[in-house]
Design a protein around this ligand. Structure first.
Ligand SMILES: [Zn+2]
Length: 156
């Protein structure tokens, strides 16, 4: 078995965290990359903020699919971030939280698309709203579609 990230060969699945990413590579990934690694490769490739996919045409549309996550900051996180704000620089505690929350919303959206039988999601957007003090709702949405390669162009 070969890890698709580092290309190393391993004797068994025991060394893998997803179907084709080894534990070492997975540990070094950001939350966003982990979601990508865990998702079916095909649909992830076919997820775009644009409304067209080069070399493909849309043959069916299932309408909007979305994923929503609601996150409250923990007291510890808030205290840590406040300290970081005083020190200055990038507030990593908040950016990590945002990234993870977005990944979860994205993953939910893709799962809904797969459930409906789509093989691509186009026009992907994120939206975040602070619904009350310290509680943020992150919405990820897009249009679930079935695409097929346009004749004469190689399939991805
Ligand atoms: Zn690896």
């Amino acid at each position: 078995m070969r890890c698709k990230v580092c290309g190393r060969d391993y004797p068994s699945l025991y060394h893998f965290r997803t179907a084709d990413v080894c534990i070492g590579c997975y540990e070094g990934m950001s939350p966003d990359e982990r979601v990508r690694a865990a998702l079916p490769a095909k649909i992830f490739q076919m997820t775009t903020t644009a409304f067209i996919i080069d070399g493909y045409r849309i043959v069916k549309s299932f309408g909007v699919v979305r994923g929503i996550t609601v996150r409250s900051r923990s007291v510890f996180g808030t205290i840590g971030a406040s300290l970081q704000t005083i020190v200055g620089g990038n507030i990593t505690l908040f950016s990590e939280l945002c990234e993870q929350t977005r990944s979860e919303a994205f993953e939910m959206m893709v799962n809904h698309a797969v459930e409906r039988g789509a093989n691509a999601v186009i026009g992907v957007r994120y939206d975040a709203t602070e619904i009350m003090q310290g509680v943020t709702e992150v919405l990820c949405y897009g249009t679930a579609v079935v695409v097929e390669p346009v004749e004469g162009k190689p399939a991805v």
